[in-house]
Ligand binder design. Structure first.
Ligand SMILES: Cc1ncc(C[n+]2csc(CCOP(=O)(O)OP(=O)(O)O)c2C)c(N)n1
Length: 318
């Protein structure tokens, strides 16, 4: 491939992703495995994840604050849920039978906002207004202001309770939707998480999928040094969950298998416990606790965006 062809191809990656999403938005029939998304290949998902990461960096840089570390570790799961797994419609964010998502680790809103914007819920340009006065994109998700947000969150531990209530409601009213919620591994130190898990297991809420982002770092250090929640999988099993352990939650193939297994599981809620890398995709942020809640300065922004541009170009070669 000549460099010009290569350049043109890469410049159109974003356009391609958007076109693919638009073209397939109308196709919301479940595929053979029951996935309700737009049926993308792993390569398309990887390219999309690069775009989602760009939005995280754009947003936190413009805000001069926010949480890039845990947004980047969860980028693949945000991308997979909104582009492949869930029954959602960006043109009708509140449709009654939509699958629900609750970001229990609400501080990683930049990741969720970027997935929603790239999926077409609102313009990608809005990401630069993160945390600005008057913007609909505040530091933590707010159900009243942002299209696609199903629950306000940010006080750690509470989101899983909201998700459990939604799942129980779905069972009581015989609604077909599924409920997904994403928790941090530091967050699960909160006692309320286990009250919700106890109820979900007891009520056999097989329409509920709890995802734990096991990036091993919390706000001020490794989880094993602060208050270890290990063994995480065994704890959820003790609360009558079906558990899927994912060795690499930044790998789409493994996520695909995990969500297929969760959807096929009957008679128990599923917990997907996935190992990830905090700060994934930006060399100087990876596994650095200091990037939990800090924005890149101008120089760091340039470097991060350059790395993401190169990552996108490398995917174009495939
Ligand atoms: C109840 C409550 N206590 C404290 C905080 C402040 N806080 C925000 S993020 C965070 C650490 C969360 O760590 P983890 O769940 O591992 O998140 P991740 O590494 O995935 O970003 C804390 C303590 C909060 N949001 N809510």
């Amino acid at each position: 491939m000549t460099s010009l062809t290569q350049e043109l191809k890469c410049a159109s990656v974003r356009k391609c992703v958007i076109m693919t999403a638009k073209k397939r938005t109308t196709r919301v029939k479940r595929d053979k495995k029951g996935r309700k998304g737009i049926q993308m290949t792993n390569l398309e998902l990887q390219k999309t994840a690069v775009e989602v990461r760009k939005g995280i960096i754009e947003g936190t840089h413009a805000a001069k604050s926010g949480h890039p570390g845990g947004s980047l570790s969860a980028t693949e799961v945000f991308t997979y849920l909104y582009f492949e797994e869930m029954n959602i419609d960006p043109k009708n964010p509140n449709k009654a039978d939509r699958d629900r998502f609750v970001l229990s680790k609400g501080h990683t809103a930049p990741g969720l906002y970027s997935a929603l914007a790239n999926r077409g819920f609102f313009p990608v340009e809005d990401l630069k207004t993160l945390r600005h006065v008057g913007s609909h994109l505040q530091g933590h998700p707010c159900v009243a202001h942002t299209p696609g947000i199903d629950a306000s969150s940010g006080s750690l531990g509470q989101g899983i309770s909201v998700a459990t209530g939604m799942a129980l409601s779905g069972k009581l009213t015989n609604e077909p939707y599924r409920v997904y919620t994403l928790l941090g591994d530091g967050e699960i130190q909160e006692g309320q998480v286990w009250e919700a898990a106890m109820l979900a297991g007891f009520r056999k809420l097989d329409n509920l999928c709890v995802i734990v982002d096991n990036n091993n770092l919390q706000i001020d250090g490794p989880i094993t040094e602060v208050n270890s929640p290990y063994p995480i999988a065994d704890k959820f099993r003790a609360f009558n969950f079906h558990v899927v352990e994912v060795a690499d939650g930044n790998d789409f193939e493994q996520l695909r298998a995990a969500f297929d297994e969760a959807r096929a599981t009957k008679g128990a809620p599923t917990a997907i416990v996935m190992k990830t890398t905090k700060g994934k995709g930006i060399s100087f942020m990876e596994n650095q606790v200091g990037w939990h809640g800090k924005a890149p300065n101008d120089e760091q922004y340039e470097q991060a965006m350059e790395e993401l541009k190169k990552a996108g170009e490398a995917l174009c070669q495939m």
